[in-house]
Design a protein around this ligand. Structure first.
Ligand code: KG4
Ligand code: ZN
Length: 361
């Protein structure tokens, strides 16, 4: 089955063609980072306007690259016949951004007479790992623990079998990527902060120069909503701690600044690794599966691979080009038979607060 996937949940306009869930024939991502940089964060109005401008060209480029071998080629009308279905992210994300992709996908499905498949963005991030041809077939794995970490989400997901998801832990406030981005803003390092913090932290001589809180929510906190506190994180206090530290002990040079950055990164990575250890101990898992933009972080990869090795499970992380938002993960998951289909798909509205495992009919 050949699926054309469309993704527009935040600030990347993306389209991709994927065969049988894992073989990526093309993947085009138009990022809006430069548009949002002056504001130090994603501005929803600017994001949705840019999606409208870009989406047609991005879809045509993905189809041309998949079937013409050249993304610049004019789309031959016969190439659309090679596509069996159109998949699209309908949540979670920014409503006005999601709407652009969903409307484009519905229009394409109707005009081409192809089925539409609605995809959950977090579940797609967890599928991105399997776009690596060297990864095992997800259907051959038993129960997996998923960790989706990005600018909008930080969730631990129990996957008892392929295509089944249930959240067992999450952040109660900021996502890990948001915690990186806000810190970089406070430190005047630029946007987006995650990759810059990763780079600066690597230059530090030590990671323990500052003691930052490890984001442990108290048992009984109402925001837990029934989840176990030991499987949840809270990053908002960490950002406040950084703010006070910078006010009380401003770094005198780049070396000191790098040490603050490394300690801050260590607090985020430590919190994510710690909850992952607890989750891996809570059940028998066959693999640790990690996706999302923050999974590019070199220190997080190092720590999680240690955590997985100690628990004797394979550590599966996505190829770098599929960590951030992309449409190959959307087309891939749909091609494996996961997603909202039939009339329900054509009736879908955007769901900005969708969570992994939410049943949508
Ligand atoms: O998955 P993604 O592209 O978009 C969302 O769904 O949010 O993730 C973007 C986030 C940003 O917050 C960015 O700072 C973070 O991923 N990020 C990183 C790294 N590369 C990207 N965070 C830490 N270390 C990195 N190397
Ligand atoms: Zn994402």
């Amino acid at each position: 089955m050949v699926v054309l996937g469309i993704e527009s949940s935040c600030d990347e306009t993306a389209a991709a063609v994927v065969e049988n869930g894992r073989k990526v024939l093309s993947s085009v991502v138009a990022t809006q980072i430069a548009l949002h940089r002056p504001y130090g964060g994603v501005v929803p109005e600017i994001a949705s306007r840019s999606h409208v401008e870009k989406i047609g060209g991005v879809i045509r480029e993905a189809v041309a690259e998949a079937f013409g071998g050249n993304g610049d080629a004019e789309c031959d009308p016969s190439w659309w016949n090679n596509i069996d279905a159109i998949a699209v992210t309908f949540g979670p994300g920014l409503a006005s951004s999601l709407m652009v992709g969903l409307s484009a996908a519905k229009g394409l499905a109707l005009s081409l007479g192809k089925p539409l498949i609605g995809i959950n963005h977090i579940e797609a991030h967890l599928h991105s790992v399997f776009l690596d041809p060297f990864a095992p077939d997800p259907r051959s794995l038993g129960r997996c623990l998923g960790l989706a970490v990005s600018g909008g989400h930080s969730s631990w997901v129990d996957m008892p079998e392929f295509g089944k998801y249930s959240i067992i832990g999450q952040t109660l406030d900021d996502a890990a990527g948001e915690a990186f981005d806000k810190a970089a803003k406070l430190l005047g390092l630029g946007y987006p902060g995650g990759p810059i913090i990763d780079r600066v932290a690597r230059t530090a001589l030590r990671r323990d120069a500052v003691k930052f809180p490890r984001g442990r929510p108290k048992e009984g906190t109402p925001a837990l909503g029934g989840l176990r506190a030991e499987l949840c994180v809270s990053f908002s206090g960490l950002k406040t701690a950084l703010m006070y530290h910078l006010r009380n002990h401003p770094p005198s040079d780049d070396r000191e600044k790098a040490e603050i950055v490394a300690a801050y990164q260590e607090a985020i990575v430590g919190a994510l690794a710690d909850r992952t250890i607890t989750a891996l101990h809570s059940r028998r898992y066959e693999a640790l599966v990690v996706g999302g933009g923050v999974s590019l972080n070199s220190r997080l990869r190092e720590r999680l691979s240690e955590v997985a090795a100690a628990a004797r499970v394979p550590f599966l992380a996505a190829l770098p080009q599929y960590c951030g938002d992309n449409a190959a993960m959307v087309a891939g998951l749909a091609g494996m038979g996961v997603g909202v289909t039939g009339d329900a798909a054509m009736r879908l509205d955007v769901m900005p607060s969708l969570e992994a495992g939410d049943i949508v009919a």
